[in-house]
Ligand binder design. Structure first.
Ligand code: FES
Length: 106
């Protein structure tokens, strides 16, 4: 499946992501270092903060309470479309998702 990351400078990075892989892992695997992912996806760092671009939020699984809580500790202000990339697991439904990387992460 395809996913697109929009970096702080506006550059778009299109990457191939296997179904079942989360977007924090995909960013790290593709050298997109604006996503830090300090805790490895354990929902304890909030350094994988992204904003889900229009139209894609509806395709995501709903947010667990633990993700919701962690989003209160992001370095960049939380917005209505904030998610943690480690909790966005690619599936057929998320094909083509576009996320803007929050800045800063720490
Ligand atoms: Fe730590 Fe996502 S990688 S919360």
């Amino acid at each position: 499946t395809k996913a697109t990351f929009i970096c702080a400078d506006g550059a778009r990075r299109d990457v191939d992501v296997a179904i079942g892989t989360n977007l924090m892992r995909a960013a790290c695997d593709h050298g997109i270092d604006e996503i830090i992912g300090d805790c490895g996806g354990a929902l304890s760092c909030a350094t994988c903060h992204v904003f889900v671009e229009d139209g894609y939020a509806d395709h995501l699984s709903s947010m667990a309470p633990s993700e919701d809580q962690m989003l209160d500790y992001t370095a960049a202000a939380r917005q209505a479309n904030s998610r943690l990339a480690c909790q966005i697991v690619m599936s057929a439904a998320t094909e083509g998702i576009v996320v803007r990387i929050a800045n800063p992460q720490v």
